[in-house]
Design a protein around this ligand. Structure first.
Ligand SMILES: [Zn+2]
Length: 198
């Protein structure tokens, strides 16, 4: 390694300081890497060492692989086989298996993005199975939104739940409300009010 020169003042009074930074990838967890900073003892100028980019990119690609394996494991454990996912998504056979198992093969950025979206909303697979039919997609979305509401409800057993729906020729209102101390609702007599949870 040649003499390190401060790129601000040009003096050779530069020392290398190492410090750790934390990296993360969605569904891939965290990792730390040591990066180098060049600090000039003369003028105080500090800059990243050129080697940092490679160190960071290398570790991020490791985390991306871990992320892909975890995403596919999670989807498999939900009952989505690799073959059924490939079929629904129109991917060539064994694409997902290769992303998961072949250490030498890095999944593409778009492949990783696709699988993270599916891991976040696994019911997208059911939409894909229906050839992205608009009506089916809407129904699946609403069913899953309802499931999420039921889950939120069970996470908060102390909540009193109230809900209401009102439809007229030019008006649609639907609401579900959970609160610890329910405030009596002032709703006009025309509204149809029902309580879901009692
Ligand atoms: Zn300097």
């Amino acid at each position: 390694m040649g003499k390190v020169i401060c790129s601000y003042c040009g003096k050779e009074t530069v020392s290398i300081e190492e410090h750790e930074i934390e990296l993360s990838e969605p569904y891939g967890g965290f990792s730390t890497v040591k990066i180098k900073e060049k600090v000039c003892n003369h003028c105080g100028f500090a800059e990243d060492d050129d080697s940092n980019d490679i160190v960071i990119q290398k570790e991020l690609s490791v985390l991306k692989r871990i992320s892909m394996v975890k995403v596919l494991d999670a989807l498999n454990s939900m009952g989505h086989t690799t073959a059924s996912m490939e079929r629904a998504l129109g991917l060539p056979a064994r694409t997902l298996a290769r992303w998961k198992n072949e250490r030498s093969m890095s999944p593409s950025a778009s492949g990783i993005a696709l699988m993270r979206i599916i891991r976040t909303y696994p019911w997208i697979l059911a939409v894909a199975d229906m050839q992205f039919d608009h009506e089916a997609a809407r129904n699946i979305l609403l069913q899953n939104a309802a499931n999420e509401l039921v889950k939120i409800r069970s996470e908060h057993p102390e909540w009193e739940m109230t809900s209401s729906a009102y439809v007229s020729d030019n008006y649609l209102e639907v609401f579900i409300k959970g609160s610890i101390n329910p405030v009596p609702e002032a709703i006009s007599g025309e509204n149809y009010v029902f309580t879901l949870w009692n």
